[in-house]
Design a protein around this ligand. Structure first.
Ligand SMILES: Nc1ncnc2c1ncn2[C@@H]1O[C@H](COP(=O)(O)OP(=O)(O)OP(=O)(O)O)[C@@H](O)[C@H]1O
Length: 265
């Protein structure tokens, strides 16, 4: 954890957890992210919003090098997490993705038991020494994901047998189990009904006490409900970023204003 902070006008500013500088992303010749600079605060929720195709998911994926898995994708610029450039050749992307976990649009539990879904990461990363420790990590992760009471009597049952909302919370438990510092969420509620969505949003609000969360969402209401900071993207540009309340009530750029008032998107 980065503990340094400074105080300005009585407001405490923590050191940013993530600093992106002059980030460009290309898919072949297509310039999908253009010169993006952003600082992401620790232990808070930052929402990425903007019209379809503006580059929200592409930029999100630069934060744990998920774009490395796309052949035609090229990333330029620097992304520092706790001051370390994650694109440095000495960074192991597998370790990076344990530190910067990800939850996807569609819940994607492994075709294994609920227990195994959560135990898999700690096991392959060698985080526990014995079965008792692994059991403890599995139960703690399910508790943090708000799923323990619903599944504690059926840990051997298949993860895919849960409801969609429970599956998404299982995927969040799986991400938490390897003790990440950052959790990236790419439209985590888009496949869920309103009740399951509300539960996941409540969970996101609880998780920000311990994790830095970045969420891509199509729902401005969701961004307003769950995030403290909001970044608006348009045609590959980061148009503006600020306190969520300011972005929604007093946007500085006409494009942001047009988007939040429903004039395009
Ligand atoms: N794998 C890919 N190969 C080629 N082009 C891609 C790929 N993924 C995304 N793009 C293009 O990059 C641009 C940004 O896409 P991206 O999915 O990041 O936008 P988005 O804002 O997340 O959109 P949506 O809200 O619709 O999910 C789009 O023009 C898209 O067509």
């Amino acid at each position: 954890m980065n503990v340094s902070a400074n105080v300005e006008n009585g407001v405490t500013h923590a050191e940013p957890k993530i600093v992106a500088q002059k980030v460009q992303v290309y898919y072949g010749d297509k310039h999908a992210i253009k010169d993006v600079d952003i600082k992401i605060q620790p232990r808070s929720v930052t929402a990425f919003i903007g019209p379809s195709g503006c580059g929200k998911s592409t930029f999100l994926r630069t934060l744990n090098r998920m774009n490395d898995t796309i052949d035609i994708c090229r990333v330029e610029g620097d992304i520092l997490i706790d001051g370390e450039n994650i694109y440095d050749p000495k960074v192991d992307p597998v370790q990076l993705r344990a530190k910067v976990g990800m939850v996807f649009q569609k819940p994607n539990p492994f075709p294994k038991s609920i227990y195994e879904n959560v135990a898999y990461g700690p096991r392959i990363h060698g985080l526990t020494r014995n079965k008792a420790e692994l059991d403890e990590v599995v139960s703690a992760s399910l508790q943090k994901a708000g799923l323990w009471n619903e599944v504690k009597d059926r840990l051997d049952g298949p993860g895919t047998g849960l409801s969609g909302g429970q599956q998404q919370r299982l995927c969040i438990a799986r991400a938490i189990a390897v003790s990440p510092e950052v959790i990236l969420m790419d439209e985590p509620c888009s496949a869920l009904d309103p009740i399951a969505t509300a539960k996941v949003e409540e969970l996101i609000d609880e998780l920000r006490a311990n994790f830095t969360i970045v969420i891509v969402t199509h729902s401005m209401q969701q961004a307003a409900r769950v995030s403290q900071r909001t970044a608006f993207f348009h045609l590959g540009n980061l148009v503006e970023e600020g306190a969520t309340q300011d972005i929604f009530t007093n946007p500085q750029d006409k494009r942001t204003q047009d988007y939040i008032t429903g004039r395009f998107g």
